[in-house]
Design a protein around this ligand. Structure first.
Ligand code: HDD
Length: 740
């Protein structure tokens, strides 16, 4: 039994309020205790306390000493937030303790259900600016006035992992954009891949069940490298085109900022007369496309599971605002009828060579969220949110989504009033007669809550407007009611092949490597073999590589529902490498330093990196930093084992002879250089750094992407070389799969 405290302690107030004396009463940012007079004119109340504003502009009660007073959610000032109310010093806690009960009750309810897919996401605010009018084809207000800006919120996400999973999963990325237009919210809920796994929404629960952790064991988390996923794929040939994309480096992007976004489905634009033009939406990153290497992704997940969200947060906060162009592919019925595939089939693209992408605007993300939960977690995207001038096609995947998203938001956010949450509320005027329900925050005022009514425009409220209101394309539909898949959806391999042949050799190698990696995690040989049987319909070389990588006899090709077209032309736009950036701007250099490092070289390198519009982070034996050869000190961002090279686009090692000898003893420092080398990065090497490379075992292998940093001028040359981002020819020397 615990010892009874001495009586003197029992009566004294325990010293449990731990505000350091030097902070008590300090003016924290945004909390200046100046008095304001917010008393509404209709409330002749005299306050017994002063008021001040918190960081979000919220009013706070202020004590005589100027410190804001903690209150309960009911506004009742709190005397003690450290101890629950007890009967006797060591007695039971009392049910009467309203402050305790409120605090714990609220905490117990802090979580809402995570999204069933796309649970892990990260959002930011920005704007869309129209750069070319689409008034010729759409009456949508957002497309009318060049130069006009529309507020936007974007949420990027992975698909399969839970909310607490890691950013560099091999996965599709969500690219969901909410545009607060003057005629209502437009949600373009897309992905970073322009096709999808399935053609009919009926299959979505099966796809997602198969991809998520297996239900009995609840693993593997956030990965498709397991039997259930590949079993589903091997039995669903419609997914093979998407598989080519997810096994490519598109599924391991360097950053949200270096991904494309796609609306995926064919939508319609409608002009004022109701004339329809088909459209596909594209977001093209100004930063260029870039991905990481798979071995690197695996290590990033351990070193910094928040790699992508941190990258976006840092870029926006440093003023390096990511930007995408909005492109549209416009086409009419005649094109749709002549195209080799069905434009309603979400497993198909329309190559840009056939229908060029017309750039009509730009999306800029320039503000991080104030609060992750309030904004990123509570944002509710719904594919059915489209303003007048935009409409759906009959894509059966899109049609199913239009039901699913509203349903899921009601489940997730707990009721029909999720549009009252600021992140979801339109920024244009609204008027309707919907009312009540959980958490209703703005029921319409007045007596009239129905229409038609005869109370006149002021009291009676808003009226429908056939001219301005949303109208659907007057599409005629006929035919027997049936559960069918159109014959025009039957080709599953031709565009998979087109994607594969559009890749550079290194990208093709990565697709083969990814398939071998994933299928090597599949326990059942028959599933592995069935996947290869589909690959044979895509590309014989790829199928042979994968079969060889698995040590598997080549099976017979799967029977194709429709004979694949094998000579679709390659499309350069499908390659990441061919659409990479031209500069090192927005990238990050990892600079490994030691005490005594050559100050001239370090300073010149930093200057060159900064001039390029890139950033750098210093890695050092101690996080306090290093003292350079000229006596200047420079702070480090990471201690060596906390800043592995996988976190950087390129690395440089500038150390003194003693520093090199010290680091050569350290496994993390050796990993730093061997990983940078294995991941085909550009490496800058100071003159004294050689012993580290020698001890790491790569001194003999250094190639033309390992550049000397001997004099100040070398810094600029190094940064210019690193614009190429990766030196892929090296991979053929550092990877068994390249030779095996
Ligand atoms: Fe979905 C979320 C994208 C097919 C059902 N989906 C969700 C998000 C994105 C996509 C980006 C996350 C939105 C956010 O950040 O909050 N989904 C797609 C794309 C698809 C697709 C590009 C195919 C072209 N989705 C799809 C189908 C269904 C769903 C066929 C169901 C019939 N998707 C959902 C959902 C989610 C969702 C269950 C989970 C959370 C949410 O909606 O808000 O309703």
């Amino acid at each position: 039994m615990a010892k009874k405290p001495a009586p003197s302690k029992a009566v004294a107030k325990p010293a449990s309020t731990v505000i350091p004396s030097d902070l008590a009463g300090a003016d924290l940012p945004g909390e200046s205790p100046q008095k304001s007079s917010p008393i509404p004119s209709d409330a002749a109340v005299s306050l017994s306390y002063a008021e001040t504003q918190g960081p979000g502009g919220e009013t706070r009660q202020v004590a005589g000493d100027g410190i804001p007073i903690l209150t309960s959610a009911q506004g009742i000032p709190v005397a003690d937030d450290q101890n629950s109310l007890k009967q006797g010093v060591r007695g039971p806690t009392l049910l009467e303790d309203a402050h305790f009960r409120e605090k714990i009750f609220h905490f117990d309810h802090e979580r809402i259900p995570e999204r069933v897919v796309h649970a892990r996401g990260y959002g930011a605010h920005g704007f869309f600016e129209l750069t070319e009018s689409l008034a010729d084809v759409s009456r949508a207000d957002i497309f009318q006035r060049v130069g006009e800006r529309t507020p936007a919120f974007v949420r990027f996400s992975t698909v399969a992992g839970s909310k607490g999973s890691f950013d560099l999963a091999r996965d599709v990325r969500g690219f969901a954009v909410k545009l607060y237009t003057q005629e209502g919210n437009w949600d373009l809920v897309g992905n970073n891949i322009p096709v999808f796994f399935i053609q009919d929404a009926m299959k979505f629960p099966d796809l997602v069940h198969a991809a998520k952790p297996e239900p009995d064991r609840d693993f593997p988390q956030a990965q498709t490298a397991h039997d259930n996923f590949w079993d589903f794929v091997s039995l669903s040939p419609e997914s093979i085109h998407m598989i080519m994309w997810t096994m490519s480096d598109r599924a391991i992007p360097r950053s949200f900022r270096t991904m494309e976004g796609f609306g995926v489905h064919t939508f319609r634009l409608l002009d004022a007369a109701g004339k329809s033009t088909f459209v596909k939406f594209h977001w093209k990153p100004k930063q260029g496309l870039q991905s990481v290497a798979w071995n690197e992704a695996v290590k990033i997940n351990g070193a910094d599971p928040d790699f992508h969200r941190r990258d976006l947060w840092d870029a926006i906060n440093s003023g390096d605002f990511p930007e995408w162009e909005l492109g549209v592919q416009l086409f009419d019925d005649a094109f749709a009828d002549s195209f080799d595939f069905d434009v309603l089939d979400a497993t198909k693209i329309i190559p840009e060579e056939l229908v060029p992408v017309r750039i009509v605007g730009r999306l800029v993300l320039d503000r991080v969220v104030d609060n992750f939960f309030a904004e990123t977690e509570q944002v509710a995207f719904c594919t059915q949110n489209v303003p007048p001038g935009i409409d759906f096609s009959n894509d059966p995947l899109l049609q199913g989504r239009n039901f699913s998203y509203l349903d899921t938001q009601i489940k997730r956010l707990g009721g029909p009033n999720f549009t009252h949450i600021p992140i979801n509320a339109p920024k244009c005027p609204m008027a309707h007669f919907q009312q009540d329900g959980h958490m209703a925050m703005r029921n319409p005022k007045g007596r009239v809550n129905y229409e038609p009514n005869s109370w006149g425009p002021t009291q009676g409220g808003a009226r429908e407007n056939p001219a301005r209101g949303f109208s659907s394309f007057a599409e005629a539909a006929d035919g027997p009611k049936a559960r069918v898949r159109s014959e025009s959806f039957a080709d599953h391999y031709s565009q998979a092949r087109q994607f594969y042949v559009s890749q550079t050799p290194i990208e093709q190698k990565h697709i083969g490597d990814a398939l071998v990696f994933e299928l090597s995690k599949v326990e059942r040989p028959d599933i592995r073999s069935r996947v290869v049987s589909h690959l044979l319909n895509v590309d014989a070389g790829l199928a042979a590589t994968v079969a060889n990588g698995l040590g598997l006899p080549l099976p017979a090709a799967a029977v194709a529902a429709r004979e694949p077209i094998v000579d679709l032309p390659a499309s350069d736009k499908l390659s990441i490498v061919k659409n990479g950036p031209a500069t090192f701007k927005g990238r990050k250099l990892g600079l490994l330093l030691s005490d005594g490092a050559d100050a001239g070289v370090v300073k010149a390198l930093i200057k060159a990196v900064t001039a390029e519009g890139a950033v750098y982070e210093v890695i050092a034996p101690k996080v306090a930093g290093v003292t350079l050869s000229d006596g200047t000190t420079i702070a480090a961002k990471h201690k060596v084992d906390g800043g592995p090279s996988v976190l950087f686009d390129a690395v440089a090692v500038v150390v003194s002879a003693e520093g090199a000898a010290l680091l050569a003893l350290d496994a993390a420092a050796k990993d730093f250089v061997t990983d940078a080398f294995a991941h085909c990065k550009y490496i800058g090497i100071g003159v004294e750094a050689q012993p580290l490379f020698a001890k790491a075992g790569i001194a003999e292998d250094l190639d033309e992407a390992c550049l000397p940093l001997g004099k100040a001028a070398d810094g600029k040359a190094f940064v210019e070389a690193a614009r190429a981002l990766r030196f892929w020819p090296r991979e053929l020397k550092v990877d068994l799969d390249a030779v095996g």
